[in-house]
Design a protein around this ligand. Sequence first.
Ligand SMILES: [Zn+2]
Length: 404
Amino acid sequence: MEQTRRTVQWAAACPALAAACEGWLKTTAERSAAARVRASDVAVLPRMTGAQAMEAARRHLRGLPGRYLVSSGSGSHGQRSVRALTGHGSYAPQQMDWLPLQPGDVLLNCYPAGGAYLHTERHAERHGVHTVPAGSDLRQVAGMADQLRDIGVNVVAGYPRTLVAIAEQLTGGRTLPALRTALWTGEHLTVGAREALCELNSGIELWGTYSSAETGCVAVGWPDCTPGVLHLCPGQLVELTPRECLLTRAAEPGADRPLVRMPLGDQLAAARCDCPRTLPALRVVGRVAHTIRLRATDLPVDGLWLAAADSPEVTGAQLLAVPADPADPAGTMLRLGLRVQPRAARATDPGGTATRAADRVLTRHPQLRAVISRAPDAFFTEAAPLELLSSGKTRPIVVLPATP
Ligand SMILES: [Zn+2]
């Protein structure tokens, strides 16, 4: 109750917070009291770095039951790193009606070793669910299809890229496990990824979470939510500004990660959801300030590949970059390419698939269109398998050597 009161006070004190939490504030009885709070109550909160957030979590949990996990949580772009964090943190807040698992379910855990893997295991254990590790070589999953069916696997959990790979292995004439539910986190669940999963079971329930090693679970999505929309978990605030997003969470007994105003690595945007829930709804737009410079024009990396991937005929997309100076791969680009991976079920016309992806990108990004009008050779597309990070997520940009 104290946390709610403080959270409402903080939210109401800050216009950005109040906008992000509007629906939630309306349903909270303490709202009238919040009107007395000063705006400076938020402004004085310190900002934490990721390292400070991890340290705060460790300090907070010292003495509580549970063991530390050596994690490889790295975000989408950074190097893999070893971090210490608790292993008993919640996968999603207990108090929410977010219940993808039922006692007796059998879950195929496709995450690599790390935080998402462990939290999935703990979440399953808490709900009386059996788990099967998919292992590090996902090519073996196809060979396990009959066994997975026989032991009753009905839930699958993994990064969207991994789920697509699993789905494409399990389709194609094999006897399928009857999958009821898919849990995902870590990157966008593209339209094509959703379609690939629906080929396994047209009624499959998709349950998403937005989380990181530093923050734990921030937002969750239900099967009846608008695709791509997630709801902020209770007790948290997000300040949305054009340049950064700050997450605030009041520490309460038992919380696995107390956070005070931590800048997120992602840019979030307020959103509307078709579901009836009143929790604030948001979309993950992409990494903060993640742009690439092509011939003196800055372009949004995530916006480009999201436009390319926004079709049921592709499972994902990534950028290909040819630096003007090979010694400076982070500098301005001479050429920019777009690679899309056609869905296996629709891979009959990869050239046409790539052309249509380029059309989507150019329609939504006039600044890129302007560059191409001046320099037609500055942009190209191709249809090919995506290059992945060691975590199994999609590598956002692949830097290519200069072409002759
Ligand atoms: Zn919703």
